[in-house]
Write a protein that binds this ligand. Sequence first.
Ligand code: SF4
Length: 183
Amino acid sequence: MQKTNVAYDSKVEGEVIVTQADAVINWIRKHSVWPMPMGLACCAIELMAAGGSRFDISRFGMEVMRFSPRQADCMIVAGTVTYKMAEVVRRIYEQMAEPKWVVAMGACASTGGMYRSYATLQGVDRIIPVDVYISGCPPRPEALLDAMIKLQDKIGRERSVKNLTERNAKTADAKLAGAGKES
Ligand code: SF4
């Protein structure tokens, strides 16, 4: 039998829908991803194209690109990450609120690409966790849309309630440890 997240029979239940908290939270989250466009090089042009009418990322509810990390939950790293920029990328990632996700767009962001040089980070996953990688130099906007659909699938499988309670417990522990040091 196929497993579904939502069970609803209008004849039996009227206006009542029975489901799981995770299913509702994940459904809301995956359809309201607000990307932080971390455009660092040529791949950023393809990222911009994804927002245009031809590819229309708004079909997935992701057109609200935010340039403040406090209003974004998905960093799209599009381009070559130099060591000079790595610290900035990491700081902006840390300023984003949980839950947050990262897409490495293109060969450079994923692995350093053709820049096997002292100035280039060999993949952004050396400084921040990456959820989806996109191959290509540059990847086309369709590849970005495909990656975002894969990210939606991943968000849909998260154990959001458990993650939230664990995060809250860790925050409470950290606060207690901080209070202990002060006293
Ligand atoms: S992967 Fe290619 S297109 Fe993308 S930033 Fe690197 S060199 Fe530019």
